[in-house]
Write a protein of this length. Structure first.
Length: 407
């Protein structure tokens, strides 16, 4: 395995403009045989979120330093830093302490450590609960505001207290974090989903000039443990439809989604996976690449390990992406064993442009409605849809479509 591949992954621009686009979700066309789909826009629910308020002494540290805390980058003296350290009400924040197994071969420098993962959750909220918006002090809040953020001691008030909502996990890319997905998470929740947005802090265990292959094993472990914490909690657990859980991710987040859904990293079936995942959205997923003239595959030879993934997946790729290449992504999608959909984003780089994020969001909503809400009309539109209107040029590649029952 090429020793520089992880460095390439960490340079990916995963999510840097992900939430700049006007996020929207799709609706079913009036005619099910129509091939162009209309975005639905914002959903009918008010949205609440868990707490993510930063302590006053850290609120003005600036974007560069805040970015380092969000990534888990140590300072110049080697002192550790992570967003969990700068939150005003840590007891009110969704922090999951993950005990990493003492297995150096898989988890490298993370082996044996207890690593906190910071998550915020959005959910369909009661309109009677007092509203308290909050803009995280980073890049001027351009990635969205927490529209109703719970304060210390407050508990969620759900739109329907007796309902169980499907859960969606958002996994960010390398050199990224969950704040890029504030608006994304709110928009999904407005359509009747509970959404858990993780900040992994990948850089906490990174070693300069080192292979850092352990991150590929660590991501699925952290994701599964956070999911456990949500389902086992008294606040959210009783309101989650545990039979309908999905995951969405861009770049290394796409890799994370494939791994959690059963893809064995480096072909190693000891990779943590979670069969509770019922649907996955993967945008520009990292599945390997050509580094210094050598082909590298994330899921074993020719990514053949992806045959173990039976979870429905919808994949997006940009035709001008030079970080995660279509020549690796498309053959990898043929390896999947479950229902598969592939959408080409014409002339898009690795970090999609405004309009193409909108297209992704439209297809994403349609896909999750089909597979997490079991909506037959959404599934029919997903199978026949050619493109999503209102954004940039996109087209579903039917040659890569694998429909339910076509095993």
């Amino acid at each position: 395995m090429n020793r520089y591949w992880i460095a390439c992954v960490l340079l990916l621009g995963c999510m840097l403009t992900a939430c700049n686009a006007e996020q929207s979700a799709p609706t079913i066309s009036a005619q099910l045989d129509a091939t162009d789909l209309e975005p639905m826009g914002r959903g009918p629910y008010s949205v609440g979120s868990t707490n993510m308020e930063v302590s006053a002494e850290y609120a003005d540290i600036g974007d560069e330093v805040m970015h380092a805390f969000l990534l888990g980058q140590p300072d110049d003296t080697g002192q550790s830093r992570f967003v969990a350290d700068i939150l005003k009400f840590p007891e009110s924040v969704w922090i999951t302490n993950v005990q990493v197994p003492d297995d150096v071969a898989m988890y490298g420098p993370a082996s044996g450590q207890s690593l906190p993962v910071v998550t915020f959750l959005t959910y369909p909220s009661s309109t009677t609960q007092q509203k308290s918006s909050y803009a995280f002090p980073y890049y001027g809040g351009q990635y969205g505001v927490f529209e109703h953020m719970l304060g210390p001691g407050e508990t969620p008030s759900f739109a329907d207290p007796g309902a169980r909502y499907p859960l969606i996990i958002i996994a960010h890319g390398a050199s990224a974090h969950g704040i890029y997905d504030v608006k994304h998470a709110h928009d999904l929740a407005s359509h009747g989903y509970i959404v858990a947005v993780l900040t992994y802090g990948d850089d906490r265990t990174g070693i300069a000039q080192d292979l850092n292959a352990h991150v590929g094993y660590l991501r699925p472990l952290l994701t599964k443990t956070v999911l456990d914490s949500v389902l086992e909690s008294e606040t959210f657990g009783p309101h989650v439809d545990a039979e309908n859980i999905g995951i969405t991710g861009h770049s290394f987040g796409g890799f994370t989604a494939l791994a959690v859904a059963g893809g064995p990293y480096l072909g190693n079936t000891a990779t943590v996976s979670d069969r509770r995942i019922k649907a996955g959205v993967i945008a520009a997923p990292w599945v390997g690449g050509n580094y210094e003239g050598n082909d590298f595959y994330a899921f074993g030879p020719e990514n053949s390990g992806l045959s173990l993934v039976t979870t429905p997946m919808i994949c997006f790729f940009g035709t001008k992406d030079e970080a995660t290449l279509a020549s690796f992504i498309l053959p990898a999608m043929k390896q999947l064993s479950g229902p598969t959909y592939v959408v080409e984003l014409v002339d898009q780089p690795h970090v999609f442009e405004d309009g193409s994020w909108e297209d992704r969001n439209g297809w994403e909503q349609l896909f999750f409605d089909a597979y997490l809400k079991n909506d037959a009309a959404s599934l029919a539109a997903l199978e026949t849809g050619r493109s999503m209107l209102g954004g940039n040029e996109d087209v579903q590649l039917t040659d890569y479509q694998r429909l339910p029952g076509n095993d």
